[in-house]
Structure formats: C-alpha cells, structure tokens
Design a binder for this molecule. Structure first.
Ligand code: PMP
Length: 396
C-alpha cells in the first residue's frame, strides 16, 4: 500500500527520531519534553483505587462528570472564567486529541488555519487531516515578537481559526496582555475562532504571567481553551487533556472525539480528579522546582558557549550554538547526541519549511523537565566531551 499523500510530510516525527538516536548513543535525553520523574503519588493511588473499584468501563464521551466539575471550578477560581461542566468542558486523550478534534470539528477542505511559526508539530498534521491549509506568521527572535500586519495580511475569507500557543513551545515566550489584545481584536474583526493551546499554563516563571485569551472582552465565546494534565502533574503518559469552549463550539469539537477516541481512559480520569484537589502548595513547589531546573540548565549551557535567554514559560530553552559550531541545526543536534552524549532538538523542525529554516537558524531546543542530577550529568558531558568533539579533525 502507498502512503496516502496528505501524510507524506508527516511520516516520521523528529521527537521519536531524536529519542531513538539518544537511546542508541546513551545520551542524556534533553530532546523530548517528558519529565524523568513522576507526579504526586496521591494521583497514582487514586487511579489504582479506581481500577480496583468500579472505574473500568467507558466513561461518558465528554469525560467523567466529577473531573469536568473540578476542571470548571479550577478555571473559574484561577482565571475567573465560567464554563458549564456539562456542556462546555470536554475531556480528551491529551491536548493533542483536543487540538485535532477542534480543527477537525471546525474546518473542512480549503479552509485556512493561521498560526505562528515556529509551532508545535501536531498543528500542521491536524490541519492536513481536515483537508485545510495551514498559514504561518513568523515569531522573530531573540524576543519572538510578531508583526500584526503580517497576521492581517495572512487572513483571507477562508481563514477560520487562529491557533495560539502560550506559553509557547519551543521558544518559551509568554504572550503579553498587549499581544493578546491585538490578537483578540483581529479575531473579532475577521470572525476567527481562536484555539489556544495552554498546556504549559502552570510552567510560568516570575515575573511572567499567564493570561488566557478567553479572558479578554468578547473572546470567551470564540475561543477554545485547551490544556492538559500532562505537564502540570508530570504524567505525560496518561494523556488526559481537556478543552473549555462555549456550548456551540463544544458541540462541534465533541463530534470527532465521539467517533475516534470516544472517551479517555476512565481510571486515569478518576486519578486526575485527585490531582485537581491538590492545594496551592503543590503549585508553589512545582514552580520553585522548575525555576531551579531552568536556572541550572541555563547556567550549564551558557558556560559551554551557548547563547540563550531565560524562557518566560514552558520547560524548554532554545539555545543559539553558533559560537560552538556554525553548521545546520540537524547536523548540530545529531553531533551533540552522538559525540557529546547530550540530545537536543533542531528548532528548524518547528517550521513549515524546515530546509529553509535550517539555512538561517542556529538554534536547538533543550528540555529541562529533568531531575537536577540529570541536568548535572549533561553539564559533566559538555565539560568533558565538547572540547574533545571539537578537537576532532574538521570540527572546529
Ligand atoms: N501542545 C504543546 C505546545 C505541547 O508541547 C504538547 C506536548 N509536547 C502538547 C500540546 C501535547 O499535550 P498532550 O500530551 O496532553 O497531548
């Protein structure tokens, strides 16, 4: 059988490729963004109790009622955003499925989806699956700002959706209130639905603040706010994500969900009910720990010749490596993994035209969702092996 053409461009994911390369070379894997520690035991115990109890059959397609109530209560308490748990909150198998169902639910062939570049890799794949067209507008480093005129110029009468991701993977940018106000105004002028991917909402570093765009005037009813328990509770493998949207939009995104996944794993949803009952001290500790990890990795990278800004949010650092070697980022990332034993991701793979991006970018992404000991091991390898690798013929 031939690969169906619309999947051609997506046949292998860089995340899996770099993780395989990291495993083959026993590299410290700072490429893929999953923690090397688990979330609180109380969440695991709740899921285990759910399995031992009576949470082993299909959940309602929209999610366990108790989980949806907890999610609605949290969105109200944290951001002052009110959603009806029955008709406006939906549980998905990860934010990925929520994004996929949102695009599939709202777009048809020929419709256009607008997003910023660099972008998380599931946006183009989900857009292609819907038969829609992805248009991108650049975020420009080093501060990853954008030009509103670029966005305006990219909107056509087929544009249905603007996908926003804040805090932003891979740049660590947190969109400011004024960024969001201009996007909100554009969305209202052009009648766009905003899909906002907020999976890193709790990974925010002082003084940055996370503001959901749905909070801005006129935005609640045209915004699908997507987030996930994956990063907030360090359980990326559980794939429990969720979306908040006005009733009419919720109806649309629930249809693809009903006929693909139908419902997320029931006992894991029950486990996440316990997660949502964790108090403020959990979040304070979470941010403290991540601030320490971020500062540790920043210091290590800067010490070894990378130029990097402290990310305002997420658990990623994008690092400019041109002081070390001036080669395309694919080559640099593979060399780091094989010769230095520290895996990272080439940032060009977050661009629609990765080949063109490779020409101009000298950026790799490191994940710091790792134990301090893991980051220190990366530091030791950089100290010991980087000079050796650079001393190899032809590598200076
Ligand atoms: N959105 C972004 C921006 C991400 O970085 C990730 C995970 N890497 C996801 C969505 C996926 O979240 P989940 O695991 O809940 O599907």
């Amino acid at each position: 059988m031939m690969l169906v053409s619309r999947w051609q461009a997506f046949s292998s994911s860089i995340f899996s490729k770099m993780s395989q390369l990291a495993a083959a070379h026993q590299a410290v894997n700072l490429a893929q963004g999953f923690p090397d520690f688990d979330g609180p035991a109380v969440i695991k115990e709740a899921a285990i109790a759910a399995i031992r109890g009576s949470f082993n059959q299909y959940a309602p397609s929209t999610g366990l009622g108790e989980l949806r109530r907890q999610l609605a209560a949290r969105q109200a308490e944290q951001y002052g955003l009110q959603y009806d748990a029955a008709s406006e909150v939906t549980v998905f198998s990860g934010a990925t499925e929520a994004i996929f169902c949102s695009i599939m639910g709202l777009c048809g062939p020929g419709d256009e989806v607008l997003t910023f570049e660099p972008f998380f890799d599931c946006y183009p794949a989900a857009t292609a699956m819907a038969g829609a067209v992805l248009k991108t507008v650049p975020l420009r480093g080093p501060d990853w700002s954008f030009e509103l005129d670029d966005l305006k110029a990219a909107v056509t009468d087929r544009t249905r959706i603007l996908i926003l991701n804040s805090p932003h993977n891979p740049t660590g940018k947190v969109f400011s209130r004024s960024d969001l106000l201009s996007l909100a105004q554009l969305a209202q002028e052009k009648n766009l639905v905003v899909i906002t991917d907020e999976v890193y909402e709790e990974l925010i570093f002082t003084p940055a603040r996370h503001l959901p765009i749905a909070r801005l005037e006129g935005m609640r009813d045209r915004t699908i706010t997507i987030s996930s328990t994956a990063k907030t509770f360090s359980m990326t493998g559980w794939k429990v994500g969720f979306a908040f949207a006005d009733r009419k939009l919720s109806e649309l995104i629930r249809i693809p969900h009903q006929y693909t996944v139908f419902c997320s794993a029931t006992p894991l949803q029950a486990g996440m009910v316990a997660a949502l009952k964790l108090g403020q001290e959990y979040y304070v500790d979470f941010r403290e720990q991540y601030t320490r990890r971020r500062d540790k990795l920043l210091a290590i990278l800067r010490q070894h010749g990378f130029t990097c800004k402290a990310p305002e949010g997420t658990y990623f650092i994008t690092a400019d490596y041109r002081q070390i070697r001036d080669v395309p980022d694919m080559e640099f990332a593979a060399w780091m993994t094989e010769k230095v034993g520290v895996a990272c991701l080439p940032v060009s793979t977050f661009y629609a035209d990765a080949a063109a991006a490779q020409e101009s970018l000298r950026l790799v992404r490191f994940a710091f969702c790792k134990e301090i000991g893991t980051l220190e091991e990366a530091g030791r390898r950089l100290a010991e092996r980087l000079p050796q690798a650079l001393a190899e013929p032809g590598k200076a």
